[in-house]
Design a protein around this ligand. Structure first.
Ligand SMILES: [Zn+2]
Length: 445
């Protein structure tokens, strides 16, 4: 197969360049490899299937370091095929899967079983996290981090913060010795109490139980102290408060090995926009306008390193209910690109190079995932992106089994028209690559 991507702008060497790309595979079952990168019109199109990409961008495949694929244990919420199809549709060729599963990957054996499942059933590349403590609920015993580190991309009890300082200190000492990284969901459960949305104006005026920002940042503050003592690599998940941003800024200024992520909803939504529907409920909750602005500003200035979706699908029964009754978590893989593109790139707050950094490179580097470059001689791992496509977010179109998103109905710019993961087209709704009727196993159209 020979494919010519022509007329678009390609992200090469940290900038958009007007070049044509040819992709060639040796047989229909072999991956498409970037064969030539040339000035526009320089590649003779005869023998190629040519895609005219006028006005479109060719970007490296994106990476999301925080997703929940829900298998094993919760396949009624999501499966490996549906979650990774959502990733492909969203422009992500690499995702890191959180371990709050049943059974939880707290032994090397279980982690390997899950790895085999990803290898057999995932459409995009999946790197799994292992648990931080036995059972993954923030209160368990220590694990064999040395063994788990051979397979795990990082360690997390996501959904729960590790409650005991002594336990967390011990965990960090051992994870550091194993050369691993802790990805922590910061939450002091005593401070959270029964709260389920931000402890702010909306909660007060609408009779909801609030969860204070301190439930996040007090634990982050404790952890950063432990990072200083242990030297453990530490990644703060889904940062949501002004104070957390400050703490991370200070930790980085001290040279601590700390990174942080923000999810799309903390970047552009605040609790004055809440509606009494489960699609506005997640943990941590959408915070105040001041918090939102602090988190967004931190993404722009680099204090927060990257965007990760915390894609957390649930069934309609769990989400299409009032806030107080809903499960925590919203889907993100199919909205992250248009949200970040519209709110940060299109309005000039960030460049396209910044976009690639926060949506791909920063996560790939921090978690040693590899990939993320368009380069001659290696398998194509890229997306075709139409920055002018605009429309409302329509969850009925999602490939994820989860449909709950606070962005439902928002008019957003930017659409992924094609995703090629490791040389294999995995999202090709317009039959761009497979117009001749050839089939690749697993391609979503
Ligand atoms: Zn979490």
């Amino acid at each position: 197969m020979k494919v010519l991507l022509r007329g678009g702008q390609v992200f090469l060497d940290e900038q958009l360049r007007r070049v044509d790309l040819s992709l060639v595979s040796e047989g229909d079952d072999s991956p498409l490899v970037v064969d030539m990168i040339a000035e526009p019109g320089q590649i003779d199109p005869s023998g190629y299937q040519a895609l005219d990409l006028d006005g479109k961008l060719v970007l490296p495949g994106l990476a999301d370091v925080h997703v929940h694929l829900r298998e094993p244990g919760f396949s009624y919420k999501e499966t490996i095929p549906t979650g990774t199809a959502a990733a492909a549709r969203g422009g992500f060729t690499t995702v890191c899967a959180m371990p709050n599963l049943n059974p939880a990957p707290d032994t090397l054996e279980e982690l390997q079983t899950q790895q085999d499942d990803y290898a057999a059933r995932a459409l995009v590349e999946v790197f799994p996290y292992a648990c931080l403590t036995k059972g993954g609920n923030g209160r368990g015993e220590l694990l064999d981090y040395e063994a788990l580190a051979t397979e795990a991309v990082g360690f997390s009890d996501d959904g729960f913060g590790v409650q005991s300082e002594t336990l967390m200190g011990e965990v960090m000492t051992r994870v550091a010795a194993a050369g691993g990284i802790v990805a922590q969901h910061c939450e002091d459960l005593e401070l959270s109490g029964d709260g389920y949305i931000n402890d702010g104006e909306y909660a007060k005026t609408h009779g909801h139980i609030g969860k204070p920002g301190a439930s996040e940042w007090t634990q982050l503050e404790r952890d950063l102290r432990l990072v200083q003592e242990t030297g453990c690599d530490y990644h703060a998940c889904h940062v949501s408060t002004t104070k957390s941003v400050q703490l991370i800024r200070e930790a980085k200024a001290k040279g601590l090995p700390v990174t942080a992520e923000a999810a799309p909803h903390y970047l552009v939504l605040s609790d004055d926009m809440l509606q009494d529907n489960g699609r506005f409920r997640m943990n941590p909750p959408i915070r105040s306008r001041a918090d939102m602005e602090a988190v967004a500003g931190a993404l722009v200035d680099g204090t927060i390193d990257l965007v990760a979706t915390d894609h957390a699908p649930h069934s309609a029964q769990e989400k299409d209910v009032p806030l107080k009754d809903a499960a925590n978590g919203v889907v993100g893989l199919e909205v992250s690109v248009p949200v970040v593109y519209t709110h940060f790139v299109r309005n000039g707050r960030m460049t396209i190079a910044d976009f690639i950094r926060v949506m791909s490179t920063a996560g790939r580097e921090r978690f040693k995932l590899g990939g993320g470059v368009i380069k001659q001689g290696i398998a194509a791992d890229l997306i075709v992106f139409d920055p002018e496509a605009v429309g409302p977010v329509d969850p009925t179109q999602f490939l994820s089994k989860g449909h709950a998103t606070p962005f439902q109905g928002n008019e957003l710019y930017g659409r992924v028209d094609l995703t090629i993961c490791q040389g294999v087209p995995v999202w090709d709704p317009g039959s761009l690559v497979f117009s001749s009727g050839s089939e690749a196993e697993g391609v979503v159209r």
